[in-house]
Structures are given as C-alpha cells and as structure tokens.
Design a protein around this ligand. Structure first.
Ligand code: FAD
Length: 395
C-alpha cells in the first residue's frame, strides 16, 4: 500500500514514520526547502506523551527538552508580579511534562525516520503540493517543481497545518472550518548573549493587557521570543497586509528593555499566524484523511498542539497498519476519527476556556489572572486551575 503525506511538520513526520514501519510506501512532501527553524517553546504533556513512549519517540524528545523552573510575569521595569511553579504544573498535568522548542520537536521526529527501513519513506523538501485529485479509486497529487510531478497513491494524508491546502481542495475553503480566537501569535529566535544570561530556566512573560511578550533562554547564546496580541482582522484569520516585523514593533512598543531588544533583532519574516482552531464535521473524504492541525488545531491556548499532533498521527498509523487492500481504507479512517475526535474536542474546549485569562482585555482581568496564579499553590484550587488549563488530564 502507498500513502502520500503532505506536510513534514510534526504530524506528517510521525504519520509517515508509522506507516513506513508498518510496511507502507510513503512519499512525504514538504513545501519548505528544509526543516523550518521557527517556533517557540511548547509544553508537551497529555496524550502525546503516552503515544511517544509507545512508538519509541519519547527518548529522542526527552534528550532535547529544556528544564523550566517557573513561568514569571514581569512589569515594564522587569520586576516580577507573580509566578507559576513549573514542577507543580507538571504534577497537575499528570506528572510528565517536557518543555520543547518546536523546531527541536520537528527535528527529533525527522531523525526518527531512521528507524524505518531504507527507501520506505521518501522525504522531499521544496515540494509544494498544488493540486489534489481524490476519488473512490485512489488519489493523485501534483507537486510544483522543478520538476513538476504527479504522484498516485492509495491514501492521501493532509498534514499541512492550520491553513491546509489539502483541506481547502478536498473539503472546502478555510472560512468554513477556521475559528479564529481573536489573537495572533508570533515567534522567532535571536542571538543575544546578555538577555540569554539574564533569564535562565524561566519563561519570562510580560504582565500586560491585550498583548503579551515572552522569552526563554536557549542552550546557546540564543533567546526564543514569543508574542501574542489582539487580532482585528476578523473571524477568518486572513493574513493582514504589511511587514509582520513592523507590525510587531508597533504592537509591542513600551513593554520594557528586554522586549525592545528582541524587536530590534526580530528577523524580517518571523512566524506570525492567527490563533485559531479547526472545527470540521468530518476528517475523511474518499481516500483523503486529515491529521494534526489540518483537521483539529486546538490553538496554542490549549498548549497541546505538538502532543496531539504526535498522538493523532500515531493513532492514524495504528489503524492503517493492518490495511492490505483498498477496501480496508475507508473503515480504518472512520475508526481513526471515531477514536480521536473526542480527545481533540476536549482539548479545543480547554483552549477556548483559557482565552480570557491568557490575554487579559483590561485591568480587572489582569488582576484576576494574577490572583489565579498566586492561588495556584493552594490545595483544591490547584486542581481547578489545572482542569481549566489542561482539561480532562487533571481529573
Ligand atoms: C513555522 C511554524 C512555527 C510554529 N510555532 C509555534 C509556536 O511557537 N507555538 C505553538 O504552539 N505552535 C507553533 N506552531 C504550530 C505547531 O507546530 C502545531 O500546532 C503542531 O506542531 C501541529 O503540527 P502539524 O504538523 O499538524 O502542522 P504544522 O506544524 O503547521 O506543519 C504543517 C507543515 O505542512 C507544510 N505545508 C503546508 N502546505 C503545504 C503544501 N501545499 N505542500 C507541502 N507542504 C505544505 C508546512 O510548511 C509545514 O511544515 C508553529 C508552526 C509552524 C509551521
């Protein structure tokens, strides 16, 4: 059996590996010329942890994880206003939380393709998929070259992220499925030895209204920066016009020296995208199935994007592994959706609940957030807060 997987993000890499291990032939097509270096720190907990342990990916992830002691909110002078103990957060989330840089997660998943027999999974970077044909007899995708090629397969896995082109072509336009949560998020990495030395092992977050900048010191002289701000571009999450770097400089002026310095060093094209969820009535059509953010983005507010990408892709691999004839494909894909949808919906609900405290809209909401964080060490309250943040896991 043969699969084409579109998108070599975390979900696509894991789906390709699992199918390859099960003996499928896999073409993994990625539009970027190389693995993308962008992205911030991601909490890795919940279903992805069990899945990563089961498929043998966990040691590779643990090897690149960072040790975070606390998330510390600061005012414009850099003085802490409140902080959240990370070990406690880890306990509440079920005990096993890794802090991973997004590109490190992706590189670990790419390296894990070495576990597959040579030639089973062919990864092509610089291979944007521009067209898709999907019917009950198979799938074909067109890759814009050079060279321009068309690839036929038994199954098409759309793992091409929140703005999935596979979804647009097979299921319909973004507008039908993308639920914007009223914010944008940006992330970039800069080399800054002084800031790096000043903030070790802590997430630093500005205790600000309608916008929040965060930073984290990496192992080298680098600092990972993260910025979330209100989005006035409407419900569909269309990309606003103009330079994202200039927009960030405008939006984040006046938040203190550290943020000013990050903005000074910000690259011309940082990662900058709408904070949104993807909500769809069905993830399978003919021989096409979606996985990861493409069908069930939960948003960074749920803190589980990477975890669910791994767990969902691993499950997709499990259900397709025993399929040996085309007749088995549709029932396997239906089984994937039946088992996976409740987990995604739970995480999406947790993400929506987190929206107001994540980015306070006024002073009262900011005070409430401070109170919640300070109260988080009290027995009983801590579980309520964890439930609000991580959903079912904290039960
Ligand atoms: C550059 C980048 C930075 C990110 N930073 C953060 C962050 O800081 N915090 C956070 O919580 N989440 C971040 N995310 C989102 C996070 O990676 C996902 O929520 C999660 O990992 C699920 O991943 P995914 O594999 O489903 O989708 P993605 O990680 O979005 O991967 C989709 C892949 O598909 C590729 N692709 C898209 N269209 C095509 C096409 N037509 N042909 C071929 N390939 C295509 C993309 O280039 C991408 O590599 C980021 C995503 C990206 C792409």
């Amino acid at each position: 059996m043969k699969a084409v997987v579109v998108g070599a993000g975390i979900a696509g890499l894991v789906a390709a590996r699992q199918l390859g291990l099960a003996g499928w032939d896999v073409e993994l097509l990625e539009k970027s010329a190389a693995p993308r270096p962008d992205g911030y720190m991601m909490d890795f907990f919940g279903p992805g942890v069990q899945a990563a342990e089961r498929i043998g990916l966990y040691p590779r992830l643990a090897a690149v994880a960072y040790h975070v002691e606390a998330a510390e909110y600061v005012d414009a002078t850099g003085r802490p206003t409140c902080s959240l103990d990370y070990d406690q957060f880890a306990r509440l989330a079920g005990g096993n939380v890794l802090s991973l840089l997004r590109p490190d997660m992706e590189r670990a998943a790419l390296a894990a393709l070495d576990d597959v027999a040579p030639g089973r999974v062919r990864v092509r970077y610089g291979a944007p998929v521009s067209r898709v044909w999907n019917d009950d007899f198979g799938v074909r995708v067109a890759v814009d070259g050079p060279p321009n090629v068309t690839i036929a397969a038994d199954v098409l896995v759309g793992a091409d992220g929140i703005h999935s082109g596979v979804r647009a072509r097979v299921f319909g336009p973004d507008e039908a499925y993308l639920r914007a949560l009223g914010m944008r998020a940006a992330a970039f990495i800069v080399t800054e030895p002084l800031l790096n030395a000043r903030f070790r092992n802590r997430f630093i977050l500005t205790d600000s209204i309608d916008r929040m900048a965060g930073l984290y010191s990496l192992r080298t002289d680098e600092v990972a920066a993260f910025m979330v701000y209100r989005d006035a571009t409407g419900a569909t999450g269309h990309q606003p016009s103009g330079s994202p770097r200039e927009r960030l400089r405008r939006e984040f002026a006046g938040l203190g020296h550290a943020v000013d310095r990050l903005l000074e060093l910000c690259p011309e094209h940082p990662y900058d995208d709408v904070v949104a969820q993807i909500v769809m009535p069905g993830w399978q059509k003919g021989r096409t199935v979606l996985v990861g953010d493409a069908c069930g983005a939960v948003s960074l507010l749920a803190g589980q994007g990477g975890s669910l990408a791994i767990a969902g892709a691993a499950l997709l691999g499990d259900v397709l592994a025993p399929v040996a004839t085309p007749a088995g494909i549709s029932p396997a894909l239906a089984e994937f959706e039946r088992r996976w949808r409740p987990v995604v919906e739970e995480a999406q609900a947790a993400g929506r609940r987190a929206a107001s405290s994540f980015l306070p809209a006024n002073r009262a909401q900011r005070l409430l957030r401070r109170w919640i964080i300070r109260a988080s060490h009290l027995p009983g309250i801590d579980r309520l807060i964890a439930r609000r943040i991580v959903g079912r896991i904290a039960k």
